[in-house]
Design a protein around this ligand. Structure first.
Ligand SMILES: [Zn+2]
Length: 142
């Protein structure tokens, strides 16, 4: 594969460690342990993260932000994929986007108004508030 100019194509993959599994308590530990975190600089310019099934793609400069709200957001999408299945997730996600783009004529707004995005923002926001309110226990609760 041809690489673009001087931009290095770095891709690294890892699982969440046990500290992260415990910290991201808004999705189940079992699901958290199956997540593959992929560091890549090959995301679209506007995207900070992207989730496909249990694969979470994040940029170089974000992946080191362990226990970040961005990762919490992407993990909500992992759960949505697990609950809905790939076909239904994509149908609802892009179906909503298309309806929204017709209505708003604005990519950003169409994206923000996707119900699956609204849910992910809300749950990640609540997760972040909870993290501030109470320290995360050392051992993972089931
Ligand atoms: Zn999202």
């Amino acid at each position: 594969m041809k690489r673009n100019g001087s931009a290095k194509s770095i891709t690294r993959r890892r699982l969440l460690d046990e500290e992260e599994v415990a910290a991201f308590n808004h999705i189940s530990n079992g699901l958290c342990r199956r997540v593959q975190l992929i560091r890549t600089n090959l995301l679209p310019p506007a995207a900070d993260g992207m989730t496909i099934g249990r694969f979470v793609l994040m940029r170089d400069d974000h992946i080191e932000h362990r226990q970040s709200t961005l990762l919490a957001h992407e993990l909500v999408h992992v759960r949505q994929f697990a609950e809905m299945g790939m076909a239904r997730f994509f149908t609802e996600y892009f179906g909503s986007y298309l309806k929204n783009i017709v209505r708003t004529r604005n990519h950003r707004q169409a994206y923000l108004d996707i119900p699956l995005e609204i849910e992910a923002r809300k749950e990640a926001g609540n997760w972040a508030k909870g993290k501030l309110a109470a320290p995360v226990p050392k051992s993972a609760a089931n």
